[in-house]
Design a protein around this ligand. Structure first.
Ligand code: ATP
Ligand code: SF4
Ligand code: MG
Length: 323
């Protein structure tokens, strides 16, 4: 059994101007100790996918279909009370700017310990010992437990948030742009740290980012999202060496050197579609240089084009042969 299987997930937002299909028929899985990168432009549904998994959607959002199987248990069917058993204990979320959620007038140690007491049946004293242990795990001395948030740098605060996410020994950590606000060096240190912990504890890790270049060394496999759908998913090496979907190719083309200069070479022409007025057929067609009639008429099916490599493009064979 896989650690996590997301099958045909559909999460939509109902707003006054209509329905936004933020996540539409998305499927992927994650094994113990495995890491998955979820990448795509702003608004493609990355955060909504994460919030669906932990069932923390805003009130306008609702899961309309599909399954989220955590070790076989369908989280999508649970009510909030039942879900609380899994949130933080089994799956925890580190989001962008999470460090700003720290309480400025409370010592770091008390904040971590409180989070532990909230989810596990331990005393505050035991929780404080555990808080010290996990602070050491994120490579900070345990005497920092006594400090207040303003005594930490941004990178250190984000480390504290990772410590909190680890507090209940989760099986999966989801990082939603966990390092975006930090400088490149600190970003790399934190991602390396998460990598180390993932391997040590055999955890699953989902890293959400709009920056494909940070995934090269971090993730075992990568899912490319576009306008609410996964258009390509493959093992990282395969994806970088043999990208098939035109959108993946464009995204990779944006980063001239995956290991060096990380600046965008050129953007991708055009913009993602208005989610309230989606085009018919392939959602990427308005921006795709290979689009033909069939692309504008029908939505491409997802096809397995190689081992563990899936693509949703009518012209996948031509794309492969053109390489
Ligand atoms: N509370 C909400 N109400 C209505 N629409 C929403 C809400 N939250 C998100 N959306 C819409 O759902 C779609 C997906 O948003 P989401 O935040 O998941 O994208 P994202 O890929 O995480 O983007 P970013 O890279 O900017 O964080 C967008 O079109 C967004 O406008
Ligand atoms: S289906 Fe057509 S429009 Fe869509 S990505 Fe493939 S070639 Fe481009
Ligand atoms: Mg987001």
């Amino acid at each position: 059994m896989k650690l996590l299987e997301v099958k045909n997930l559909k999460t939509y937002f109902n707003i006054s101007s209509g329905q936004v299909k933020a996540v539409d028929d998305v499927s992927f899985d994650l094994d113990y100790g495995e890491s998955l990168g979820l990448v795509g432009e702003s608004g493609c549904g990355k955060t909504t996918s994460a919030l669906s998994i932990v069932q923390l959607l805003p009130k306008e959002g609702k899961i309309y279909g599909g399954e989220i199987l955590l070790e076989g248990v369908n989280l999508a069917e649970l009510n909030d009370g039942e879900m609380q058993k899994y949130r933080w204990n089994d799956i925890s979320l580190v989001f962008q700017g999470a460090m700003n959620a720290l309480n400025p007038v409370m010592r770091i140690g008390d904040q971590i310990a409180e989070a532990i007491v909230l989810h596990q049946k331990v005393s505050m004293k035991e929780a404080l010992i555990k808080a010290g242990d996990i602070l050491e795990l994120v490579e900070m001395p345990r005497d920092r437990l006594m400090n207040y948030p303003h005594e930490f740098s941004g990178g250190m605060k984000q480390r504290v948030m990772i410590a909190m996410a680890l507090a209940c020994d989760p099986k999966i950590i989801i990082g939603d742009e966990p390092t975006t606000a930090l400088d490149v060096m600190v970003q790399a240190q934190i991602l390396n740290l998460i990598e180390k912990l993932r391997k040590e504890f055999n955890m699953g890790f989902i890293l959400i980012t709009h920056d494909l270049s940070i995934l090269t060394e971090t993730c075992d496999k990568i899912a490319i999202m576009y306008a609410g759908k996964i258009v390509e998913i493959a093992e990282s090496e395969e994806l970088f060496k043999k990208p098939v979907h035109p959108y993946t190719n464009k995204l990779i083309g944006c980063f001239p050197d995956m290991n060096g200069e990380r600046k965008l070479k050129e953007g991708i022409e055009g913009a993602p579609p208005n989610m309230l007025e989606l085009p018919s057929g392939c959602l990427f067609a308005p921006r795709c240089e290979f689009a033909s009639d069939i692309c504008h008429q029908s939505m491409p099916e997802t096809v397995e084009v190689g081992p563990n490599h899936y693509v949703a493009c009518h012209k996948w064979e031509e794309m492969i042969n053109g390489q």
